[in-house]
Write a protein that binds this ligand. Structure first.
Ligand code: OGA
Ligand code: NI
Length: 201
């Protein structure tokens, strides 16, 4: 069992790195740009267990939030759905697919690479958003999900690619270290306004 979990963690890590490289390339940045900014990335795994709840409308498994890290790779329970994402003001259920992960862009990918300046926002065309999501509970079945979080190094300085902010539009957010962001993130309520708002210039 330990061997399987260990292999899973390693494979998921490689997948996350590959996605970061492809995202960088898709924005016309050097392939290793994002990985360089994020430094030696940490990795956490959460095994979420949501017990059945006789009155599911009264509560959430997880309230609405964005993930504070760089990228999240989520393995969903195939039998019981529960994940929802906010799109155009409406909560959409994400049906579990066999042989598929759900990939969440976390705050650290949205910030430096996509929302820092108007230029970047235009470039990414809103494709890479740190999405609001939540988990609902089920009346008669418990649900499990396994989330793997890739996180920037604590001392990673999150700042926009210079070539993308030199156009004079300026940066929307000030530079910060991941440690600073993470502390702020957990000092507020999970479903409060986007934590990034606290870092606006
Ligand atoms: C999380 C998360 C969703 C789920 O752990 O951050 O969003 O479906 N989980 O369990
Ligand atoms: Ni999440």
């Amino acid at each position: 069992m330990a061997e399987i979990v260990s292999k899973y963690c390693k494979e998921v890590r490689e997948l996350g790195f590959r996605l970061e490289e492809l995202i960088a390339e898709s924005l016309g940045l050097e392939r290793d740009h994002i990985r360089k900014v994020l430094g030696e990335q940490g990795q956490h795994m959460a095994i979420n267990y949501y017990p059945a709840c006789p009155e599911p409308e009264l509560t959430y498994g997880l309230p609405g939030h964005t993930d504070p890290n760089a990228i999240t790779i989520l393995l969903q329970d195939l039998q019981v759905a529960g994940l929802q994402v906010l799109k155009d003001g409406k909560w959409l259920a994400i049906k579990p697919h066999p042989d598929a992960f759900v990939i969440n862009i976390g705050d650290q990918l949205q910030v430096p690479f996509f929302l820092w300046s108007n230029h970047i926002t235009a470039l990414s065309n809103g494709r890479y958003r740190s999405v609001w999501h939540r988990a609902v509970v089920n009346a008669d079945k418990p649900r499990m999900s396994i989330a793997s979080f890739l996180c920037p190094a604590d001392d990673a300085l999150i700042s926009p690619p210079k070539e993308l902010t030199e156009d004079g539009t300026g940066a929307i957010y000030r530079d910060f270290s991941y440690a600073e962001y993470y502390k702020k993130f957990w000092s507020r309520n999970l479903d409060q306004e986007h934590c990034l708002e606290l870092f606006k210039n």
